[in-house]
Design a protein around this ligand. Structure first.
Ligand SMILES: Cc1cc2nc3c(=O)[nH]c(=O)nc-3n(C[C@H](O)[C@H](O)[C@H](O)COP(=O)(O)O)c2cc1C
Length: 179
C-alpha cells in the first residue's frame, strides 16, 4: 500500500504496518470514548466490588506520573461499615452519600517524601492519580466520585488516627451503579 506521509513523502506500507497503524488509531479512539463516558456518580448499589478489581485499580493508579517520580501518595482501602460511616460524617464533600459506596479509597501522602514541597505538590500528585482512577473505573464499568480533603477544623481530632500523620489528599468512593 502506498501511504502519503507528508506533502512530498510517500511510504510503502506492508500489511503489518497498516494493521499496526489501525490498532494505534483504535487505541486513541477508545481513550477518547472513555474520557467522554467518565462522570461522577454518588448513588451506588449494594453489590460488592471484588477485591481483585480494587487491587487492579490501585495497581493501575500507580502508573500515574508524579512529581520527581515520588509515587508517595498511597491508597488506604476503607470498607468497614463503621469507618465508612465515620468518613460520611467527616468529609464535608461526602456527607449524606459517601458511606453507601462499597469502598472508599483514601489518598494519603507521605510527608517525608515531599519535605518542603508539602504545600501543593502532594495534592497535584493526588489529582493526577484521581483522574487515572476515574478512567480505570469507567473502563471496568464501576462508578466513582472524588471527594475533596475538606474536613472541618473541630473534626480533625477524630480524623488523626485514621490518617496516621500522613497528609490527607481526599478520597474516591467506588461502587456499582444503582439500577
Ligand atoms: C478537585 C475536585 C474536587 C471534587 N470534590 C468533590 C466533593 O467533595 N464532593 C463531590 O460530591 N464531588 C466532588 N467532585 C466531583 C465534581 O463535582 C465533578 O467532577 C464535577 O461536578 C463534574 O462532574 P463529572 O465528574 O460527572 O464530569 C470533585 C471533583 C474534583 C475534580
Amino acid at each position: 500500500m502506498l501511504e502519503r506521509m507528508s506533502r512530498n513523502t510517500f511510504l510503502y506500507m506492508d500489511k503489518y504496518q497498516t494493521r499496526y497503524l489501525q490498532h494505534q488509531k483504535r487505541k486513541k479512539e477508545s481513550l477518547i470514548k472513555l474520557m467522554k463516558k467518565r462522570h461522577s456518580e454518588r448513588i451506588f448499589s449494594d453489590k460488592k466490588v471484588p477485591d481483585k478489581l480494587v487491587k487492579k485499580i490501585i495497581d493501575l493508579s500507580k502508573l500515574a506520573p508524579s512529581s520527581c517520580d515520588r509515587k508517595a501518595v498511597e491508597i488506604k482501602i476503607v470498607d468497614s461499615r463503621d469507618d465508612k460511616q465515620l468518613l460520611g460524617g467527616l468529609l464535608v464533600g461526602g456527607v449524606g452519600w459517601i458511606h453507601r459506596a462499597d469502598r472508599i479509597l483514601v489518598l494519603l501522602a507521605n510527608r517525608g517524601a515531599y519535605k518542603e514541597n508539602l504545600y501543593y505538590m502532594p495534592y497535584l500528585d493526588a489529582g493526577v492519580m484521581i483522574n487515572q482512577i476515574y478512567l480505570i473505573c469507567t473502563e471496568l464499568n464501576l462508578k466513582c466520585c472524588y471527594v475533596n480533603p475538606n474536613v472541618r477544623e473541630n473534626h480533625l481530632r477524630y480524623f488523626s488516627d485514621f490518617i496516621d500523620n500522613k497528609l490527607f489528599c481526599g478520597a474516591i468512593a467506588i461502587g456499582y451503579e444503582d439500577i
